[in-house]
Structures are given as structure tokens and as C-alpha cells.
Design a protein around this ligand. Structure first.
Ligand code: FAD
Ligand code: NAP
Length: 322
């Protein structure tokens, strides 16, 4: 028999955005249910050191932080379901969602916090060096390369911003791009080209991430000139892949308004989506900041927006009944 779980507020995703939304919603008495997805705890469970989440003087571990957030959400009354949502029906309220497990979820209001994943180049050597010199987040990991040589791969706004950001830590930043012009905005390009600490290598792609030393760490990148095929080595300690992100929004295509990059469109200054009663928070609606603390911040906003939405609905129903 099909199992059905009905709740006033359903949260999709168990990263910092979803868990913060759950903490606020639970404390407001909304008894939220969180569907965790296939990555319980979200992206931070794939990293080690986190130094920029406020409240901790010492370096903390990403998986530990997410365990603590989940424990806090549980403690205040959140119920967790280990499932992945594969279909949504927003055509009527309560909304109806279907999990891979076959469970049907119905809810009066929905908070979407399904996050985004960085795109990687897809090289086995890149996979091997993740956490040992290969990163997809300069704001997160740049600090670990103070005074060292770093490279950024990509030619869009993200890559240029990451290269500029890295100059806070390194005087030797190289941007590697596969073409001879950047797609980043002109103002960012102007800053990049004017910066004495940044050089650009054009017409090049990464052929290999090169490991060395004990313990093993990144020592360089083998670069392929895309015009000639010639390989040359660039010595670097850190390489930041900045070739874009995939927001986890396939599920919502045609059901919610998405922006031109596939992120969920929300009203400025709120987490309201194009469907009344559906709210979005975290990396799935934010292509600019993409930080745990900003995801948590918008998670808080989504819970407050959902709470106000439900209160207004209940008030209307009471008035109609009188
Ligand atoms: P995510 O953390 O991406 O969580 C998404 C959640 O949605 C997951 O639980 C997933 O299982 C779930 N989900 C997806 N699809 C479905 C579905 N269909 N049904 C149900 N659930 C679903 N930020 C920092 O501030 N500091 C750092 O030091 C830092 N380091 C990082 C290191 C790495 C390697 C990476 C990848 C990111 C790092 N970040 C860091 C960025 C930070 O992790 C993200 O900004 C943050 O996790 C975004 O939170 P989120 O809740 O929006 O989404
Ligand atoms: P993007 O604009 O899609 O740029 C991705 C870059 O990576 C491109 O230069 C692309 O090269 C390169 N690339 C893609 N796949 C590659 C591969 N396999 N190997 C090597 N290079 C590869 O992505 P983004 O920079 O993350 O930006 C995404 C969106 O967010 C954009 O709309 C952007 O404007 C926005 N954004 C805005 C800001 C801001 O306003 N400050 C900041 C960040 C992001 P090609 O150019 O050759 O295709």
C-alpha cells in the first residue's frame, strides 16, 4: 500500500538551507518534515575544514557541522525522511510530491533547498586531488593557500571573481581559459587585467592534475594548448575549477519559474517563487554567494515566509467560516 505523509510544511533538502528552515519552522510549531535527498547534510559533507562559518574559533569539519545542524533540527521537532523526490504536482493545494521510495508527500507549504553542485572537468586526476589541492570554491578554500601559487580554470564571472578573491591570499594567481576572450563582465575583466598578481594563460585546458610529495598534494597542472596540442606544466599548489554550477532544479522545470541559468527565480528580497506557497532558499536560488552561511540565512527567510503564508491562509479560512 502506498505510504502517504502529510505535513503543513515540507522541506526538500538537508543542507544548511533546508536544516535552518526546519529549525525555524519547528520552533514556530509547524512540525516540518525534511526529505533529505541522496546527500544528507548537503555539499558540506564533501569537505573537511570549514573556517568561515560563524561561531567557531577553531577550524571545524563540514560533516560535523551538518550533523550538529541535523541534531538541532531534530531536537526542536523536525521529522526526517530518507528519500529523494522525483515528481512534484503544484497544480492544487495541498501540494503533492512523490519520492523514489514510492511515498507520497502532501503539504500546505513547501520549502525547496535542493542546492547546486559545482561542475568539474571530469578528469580522474582531478577527482583524485579533490581536497588535496583541487577545489571548486575559492571563498571556502582560498585561505589554505596563503602565500602559495594558485590557478583558476574558467572564463566566466565566477572564474574572474575567484581569481580576484584569491589575490587576498596569493601573489601568484593564474587564470587558465580555453579561448582567447573571457565571457565575464567587462568591469571584472578590467580589474583582472589590471591586477599585477594575476596572469592569464589563453587557449589552454587542463590535461592532468599533477600530484607529488608526502603527504600527497597538488604540485602542478599539465596544460594542453588547444590549438597545437602541446603540453606544458604550470607549477601550482592549488587549482580552483570555476566553470559553473548545476542548480538541482530539473524537477521543477515547467512547474516553477527558473532564471536563464536554471536557478529558481524568487521575488527580490524574499524567498517566494512563482507558485504561491512554494519558497526556495540556498544555492538553488543563489548563484552569487553560494556559502553555507548565506544558505542558512535564506533558509531562515524561507521558514519565516512560509509561516506568514500559512498564518494568512488560516486567517482567511477562519474569516470565511464565520
Ligand atoms: P546543499 O548543501 O547543496 O544541499 C542540497 C540538499 O538537497 C542535499 O541534502 C540533497 O540531498 C538535497 N536534494 C537535492 N535534490 C533533492 C531532491 N530531488 N529531493 C530531496 N532532496 C534533494 N561554504 C562555506 O560557507 N564555507 C566553506 O568552507 C565551504 N566549503 C565548501 C567545500 C566544498 C567541497 C563544497 C562543494 C562547497 C563548500 N561550501 C562552503 C559551499 C556550501 O557547502 C554551500 O553553499 C551550501 O552547502 C549550500 O547549502 P544548500 O542547503 O543550499 O544546498
Ligand atoms: P559561465 O558564465 O557559464 O562560465 C563558465 C566558464 O567556464 C566559461 O568561460 C566556459 O568557457 C568555461 N568552461 C565551461 N566548461 C569548461 C570546461 N569543460 N573546460 C574549461 N572551461 C570550461 O559560469 P559562471 O561564471 O559560474 O557564471 C554562471 C552565471 O552566474 C552567469 O550568468 C554569471 O553571469 C552569473 N554570475 C554572476 C556574478 C556577478 O554578477 N558578479 C558572479 C558569478 C556568477 P567558454 O567561455 O569557452 O564557454
Amino acid at each position: 500500500m502506498t505510504k502517504t505523509i502529510s505535513t503543513r510544511l515540507l522541506v526538500l533538502g538537508s543542507g544548511p538551507a533546508g536544516l535552518t528552515a526546519a529549525i525555524y519552522a519547528a520552533r514556530a510549531g509547524m512540525s516540518p518534515v525534511v526529505v533529505q535527498g541522496i546527500q544528507p547534510g548537503g555539499q558540506l559533507t564533501t569537505t573537511t575544514d570549514v573556517e568561515n562559518y560563524p561561531g567557531f574559533r577553531d577550524v571545524i569539519q563540514g560533516p560535523w557541522l551538518m550533523e550538529e545542524m541535523q541534531a538541532q533540527a531534530e531536537h526542536v521537532g523536525t521529522r526526517f525522511e530518507w528519500d529523494h523526490i522525483s515528481d512534484v504536482d503544484f497544480s492544487q493545494r495541498p501540494f503533492r510530491l512523490t519520492g523514489d521510495s514510492g511515498t507520497i508527500y502532501t503539504c500546505d507549504t513547501l520549502v525547496i533547498a535542493t542546492g547546486a553542485q559545482a561542475k568539474w572537468l571530469g578528469l580522474p586526476s582531478e577527482e583524485h586531488m579533490k581536497g588535496k589541492g583541487a577545489s571548486a570554491c575559492a571563498t571556502c578554500d582560498g585561505f589554505f593557500y596563503r602565500g602559495k601559487k594558485v590557478a583558476v580554470i574558467g572564463g566566466g564571472n565566477t572564474a574572474v571573481e575567484e581569481a580576484l578573491y584569491l589575490t587576498n591570499h596569493s601573489h601568484d594567481v593564474t587564470l587558465i581559459h580555453r579561448r582567447d576572450s573571457l565571457r565575464a563582465e567587462k568591469i571584472l575583466q578590467d580589474r583582472l587585467f589590471a591586477h599585477p598578481g594575476i596572469k592569464v594563460i589563453w587557449h589552454s585546458e587542463v590535461a592532468e592534475f599533477v600530484a607529488g610529495g608526502t603527504p600527497e598534494a597538488l604540485v602542478g597542472l599539465d596544460l594542453r594548448d588547444v590549438r597545437t596540442g602541446a603540453i606544458s606544466r604550470l607549477e601550482v599548489d592549488g587549482a580552483f575549477v570555476a566553470i559553473g554550477h548545476h542548480p538541482a532544479t530539473e524537477l521543477f522545470t515547467g512547474k516553477l519559474d527558473l532564471d536563464s541559468d536554471g536557478y529558481i527565480a524568487v521575488e527580490t528580497g524574499s524567498t517566494r517563487t512563482s507558485v504561491e506557497g512554494v519558497f526556495a532558499c540556498g544555492d538553488v536560488m543563489d548563484k552569487l554567494y553560494r556559502q553555507a552561511v548565506t544558505a542558512a540565512g535564506t533558509g531562515c527567510m524561507a521558514a519565516l515566509d512560509a509561516e506568514r503564508f500559512l498564518a494568512a491562509q488560516e486567517f482567511e479560512q477562519l474569516q470565511a467560516a464565520e
